[in-house]
Design a protein around this ligand. Structure first.
Ligand SMILES: Cc1ncc(COP(=O)(O)O)c(C=O)c1O
Length: 393
């Protein structure tokens, strides 16, 4: 079959160590998977019940293309209260997860040859969407030795006449970093100065630990008209398989977004939206309880990593990832991840999967397993790094 050039251009879709592990060990239950960003908890019962009730009472038909009005009202209320965004239900579009929100947004704005700046290490799954829309991803490194803070001068130096969008993943996957108000203000000033749009992927906004505070860049002065803010129930509410998220975009972009989403999915599954409504209007402790489970796992994993020879890991302020510095081993991250798979039967993601800026690091997801499995994973990793130190490379 002669596949359309638009689809084939650019990089091949890469599933990283997940793919390597599957090809090497299939479904072997002895392999411990710490590479996927997948919640372990079940979706809270009240949310499942609301979706099941909607299904059973017959909410099985076509509904509002933009998303159920009641859900959009509740989401707008949350966006105003929590994210300090100046929006109404008319500015909200319900989508099939953040993947769909970002896909529609890239297709709505990217013209052939437009450049899209991604801060690296980056979330790789945005690349294919940019390329299929005809755009060119441009990678700008975060400051590796300054806790992956944003390098405004480097972004400014990479801007050309074709630059249209900056993608900001905040809190960041893979680094676990939450960007400060000062960083965001500088990025906002730069976007305004160069007339750029910011795509804010805020899928980890709720998974914050301790005193960490997340600020939505779309709430900063002058940013409303140039920010698409994207969210999902995926990570916060352990609803990754439900496929539901939402975005808010400037009003003049909504017709284009709706043209895309009514063409690809018509609208998001009607009774699934009842579950999302229960999540967003439900008691806050549901979210807090889920995050507390992750916090405990984070502490176990980061503490264990820091005891391993050749490994250093800062405590992530957010997300479900520990981004461990393995530069002291002198081994490239992909090689090391493959060695770990082979000898420890543990799958971690190489930092270089997130771009060359991630070289020297491994990403370990602490959310996706039961505590006992995580502890066993850490035991195996510890044995691996201890052996590595003893064996001259
Ligand atoms: C930064 C980031 N954006 C988007 C997604 C995808 O979200 P969804 O499953 O809601 O499409 C993920 C999932 O890992 C992610 O880490």
């Amino acid at each position: 079959m002669k596949i359309a050039k638009r689809i084939m251009q650019g990089s091949e879709k890469n599933y990283g160590m997940f793919d390597k592990a599957a090809r090497r060990f299939g479904n072997d239950p002895d392999v411990i998977h710490l590479e996927l960003g997948k919640p372990f908890s079940d979706t809270p019962l009240s949310i499942k019940q609301a979706a099941a009730d909607a299904l059973m009472r017959g909410d099985v038909h076509y509904s509002d293309f933009q998303g159920l009005r009641e859900l959009r009202e509740a989401l707008a209320e949350k966006l105003v209260r929590q994210n300090k965004l100046d929006v109404t239900a008319d500015d909200v579009l319900v989508t099939n997860g953040l993947t769909h929100a970002s896909f529609a947004s890239f297709f709505a704005l990217v013209d052939e040859g437009d450049e899209v700046i991604m801060l690296a290490p980056y979330y790789p799954q945005h690349i294919g969407k940019i390329e299929m829309a005809g755009g060119v991803p441009v990678f700008v490194d975060l400051k590796k030795d300054d806790d992956f803070s944003i390098d405004i001068a480097a972004i400014e130096a990479s801007i050309t006449k074709r630059t249209k969008i900056i993608v900001l993943v905040n809190p960041s996957n893979p680094t676990g970093r939450v960007h400060t108000r000062e960083e965001l203000q500088q990025l906002a000033d730069l976007a305004i100065r160069h007339d750029l749009v910011v795509f804010a992927d805020e899928v980890y906004e709720d998974i914050l630990y301790g005193e960490a505070q997340h600020i939505s860049i779309g709430a900063l002065p002058g940013m409303k008209a140039r920010t698409v803010s994207m969210y999902a129930f995926t990570k916060s509410y352990a609803m990754d398989g439900w496929r539901i998220g939402y975005l808010t975009a400037p009003a003049d972009m909504m017709p284009a977004l709706m043209k895309i989403t009514t063409s690809d999915v018509t609208h998001v599954n009607t009774f699934i939206q009842a579950g999302a409504l229960a999540a967003i209007t439900g008691p806050k402790h549901i979210l807090d309880d889920l995050i507390e489970i992750d916090r405990k796992k984070r502490d176990v994993v980061v503490d264990a990593l820091n005891r391993m020879p050749g490994v250093r890991c800062t405590l992530p302020a957010a997300t479900m990832y520990a981004f461990a510095d393995i530069r002291a081993t002198g081994i490239a991250s992909q090689t090391l991840a493959e060695m770990i798979l082979e000898s420890a039967r543990v799958v971690v993601e190489s930092g270089s999967f997130y771009g060359t800026a991630g070289e020297g690091f491994l990403r370990v997801c602490f959310s996706g397993n039961a505590q006992e499995t995580l502890i066993e994973g850490m035991r195996r990793l510890d044995a691996f790094f201890t052996d590595l130190q003893r064996t001259p490379q």
